[in-house]
Design a protein around this ligand. Sequence first.
Ligand SMILES: [Zn+2]
Length: 325
Amino acid sequence: MSIITTVVGSYPTHSFEAHSFNEKISESLGLFDSYKQAIIDSVHSFVKADIDIICDGQVRGDMVKIFASKINGFKIKDNTAYIKGKITPAAHPISVKDFQLAFKTAKSLDNKFKLNATLDDIFNHESKGVKGILTGPTTLTHSSMIENFYNHRENAIYDIARALLVEAKELENAGACAIQIDEPFISTGAEDITVSKTAVEIISEELDIPVILHVCGDLENVMQDLLEFNVNILDFEFSGMPQNIGTLKKNWKSGCDKNIGIGCVNTKLTAVDNKEDVRETVKNVKDIIKYDNIIIDPDCGMRMLEEDISQGKLNLLKEIKEEGI
Ligand SMILES: [Zn+2]
């Protein structure tokens, strides 16, 4: 059996101020990037916890604004995203530079990090990789106010999917080992799930690398449909949402070709989890899916947690990986 670890997305950060003479000059020219250090620090935490598939820490603003501020057709006003016109892809890659910084930083700390690492090599513990993360089309649309141009919300969702596909391709070409699509809104039932599925597949079916779909929340009403989405890995929260274990059990069919990312540390809990609880969660899910290769991660992003608590939660994943279940 092989256990690998990953992170869901956002990692705690504080913005960094310009300190050195060079940074201050850059700042005066509007060139100082206060988030670079946050990316580097997040990657240090991930590598310290021996995470196999890392990301850039998603430190740049919230998951909606990262994309809504760059994709054409959106406007951000008073912290709210508005859809003002026809959605078309961003003029430049949105997260490729951050991906590259994350990779460079990880590689300098651990030589196992490779561009284009395959999932097989990661499961064999021969390589580690960096994934790209997109906020999904359903979530971006439902987090925005549609002001004009779109009479039907589903058309906005499909155009956003096409814009995100361009970004996903850029990340794939840059050497991402996988693309994760974050769709917290799917579990709310706010959108017709066939629309959400079509939109996710506009992205996933055009990519050659594995696609991970992360949906948090209670999945009782959507699990059956989610298991039919054309993605490689479905990533769910099972620790803070233990009822998802029963829901998975009810809907899982042996022979299902998807792996399940097992969210097993509770990201709403502001203390480091009890290791035996984490192990129990992993065991319970593994008993259902019966895979030899399993992927464990935190339930969701960890932005709201203190840095030492986040590190403690990641370290638990490392211990479970080393000790097994
Ligand atoms: Zn989540």
